[in-house]
Design a protein around this ligand. Structure first.
Ligand code: SAM
Ligand code: SF4
Length: 335
């Protein structure tokens, strides 16, 4: 059945239709980005994390309920052993219109071609600096050269509309706004600026590093001719086209622009927790339903449909608060 003739059965109490899931397949990562993780992280024991078969079963169930877009994320999805087999399992599910992934790019040189063959449609690659030393400092361990080779490999594998994701931080990498966009233009990539979200306790003061996308847009408008675009990639990014280039600039602005009204998504953590909103605690634990009913998807389907009742109207991020709104790390929830 085609996705068009099979609209999502998942409709919340505000009439929003959920047709997009983001699934974190691991909380582990080979980087330790300063805005995302602490330096010393304790990762979950293997038994508490969804197996790849459970991940595939979850995706199949959501797709059978009409979800047509799936983003695989983490942690770093490609550090999960055999992650490729999951993409092969779900890449060509009938009804799935788009399978995408967010990655730090460190393993792409190795996997890009096979991922393309498995049916992955698009990739977002996180890059916060073009300076190797600064990149290393932001990621605490990352090798920029390896990520650059990963971007190249993705292009060579035939991925189009590759998008860079950048979290700008005042006093850390804000001065690279223009060079990053110039790099995107030169490499024929899109780029999205993500405002730092107060998820998980980190060791810098987010209120002082916060850069509003409004300010970034203003800066970019003074350097480039930008055309406001109504295009959407089904995510929360608002896009602008750079005149005379193929590059689009996206802005993901949880603070300065409230994207909740059009929210069409839910998130599933690597523990199988279905979070109805990135910034709220409302959740349903799907792991017990998976494990207690290995051959029967009905309890799982019923719980997913029922979860729509508790999808909150919106998130509640406030940088002035000392404590993060939600103690979950992005690497746990999936970006
Ligand atoms: N490891 C992959 C990566 O870095 O692309 C995928 C997971 S990561 C959690 C997904 C996205 O979330 C990345 O683009 C990252 O920059 C972003 N991110 C992580 N923590 C964030 C935070 N506190 N605020 C805003 N974006 C964040
Ligand atoms: Fe890892 Fe991605 Fe978090 Fe960086 S943002 S620490 S690459 S999960």
């Amino acid at each position: 059945m085609s996705a068009a003739s099979h609209p999502s059965q998942l409709i919340d109490q505000f009439g929003r239709r959920v047709d997009y899931i983001r699934l974190s397949i691991t909380d582990r990562c080979d980087f330790r980005c300063v805005y995302c993780m602490g330096e010393d992280m304790t990762f979950l024991p293997r038994a508490e994390v969804l197996s790849l078969e459970e991940c595939a079963r979850l995706v199949r169930t959501f797709v059978s309920l009409g979800v047509s877009r799936v983003r695989i994320t983490g942690g770093e999805p490609l550090v999960r052993k055999n992650a490729l087999s999951l993409f092969e399992d779900i890449g060509r599910l009938p009804g799935l219109r788009e399978l995408t992934m967010t990655t730090n790019g460190s393993q792409l040189e190795r996997y890009a071609r096979a991922l393309k063959q498995a049916g992955l449609s698009r990739i977002n690659i996180s890059v916060d600096s073009l300076d190797p030393e600064r990149f290393h400092n932001i990621t605490r361990v990352g090798d920029l050269d390896k990520v650059m080779r990963g971007i190249q490999a993705a292009k060579e594998a035939g991925f189009t509309r590759i998008r860079l994701n950048t979290v700008l931080m005042h006093g850390i990498n804000e001065d690279e706004t223009i060079p990053l966009v110039e790099f995107a233009i030169q490499q024929r990539l899109d780029i999205a600026f993500i405002e730092e979200m107060p998820l998980g306790a980190v060791d810098h003061d987010r209120a002082s590093t916060y850069v509003s996308n409004q300010a970034t847009l203003k800066l970019l408008q003074s350097h480039f001719t930008l055309h406001n675009s109504t295009e959407s990639t089904s995510g929360p990014a608002h896009y602008w086209r750079i005149a005379d280039t193929g590059t689009r600039i996206g802005f993901i602005s949880p603070h300065s622009h409230n994207f909740c009204e059009a929210c069409n998504r839910v998130r599933i953590t690597c523990k199988g927790e279905l979070y109805l909103c990135l910034g709220q605690e409302n959740k349903v634990d799907l792991l017990p339903l998976l494990r207690e009913n290995p051959k029967d998807d009905e309890p799982l389907r019923a719980a997913i449909i029922d979860s729509m009742r508790i999808k909150p109207k919106g998130h509640d991020f406030d940088l002035r608060r000392r404590e993060p709104a939600v103690i979950r790390f992005m690497s746990h929830t999936g970006g």
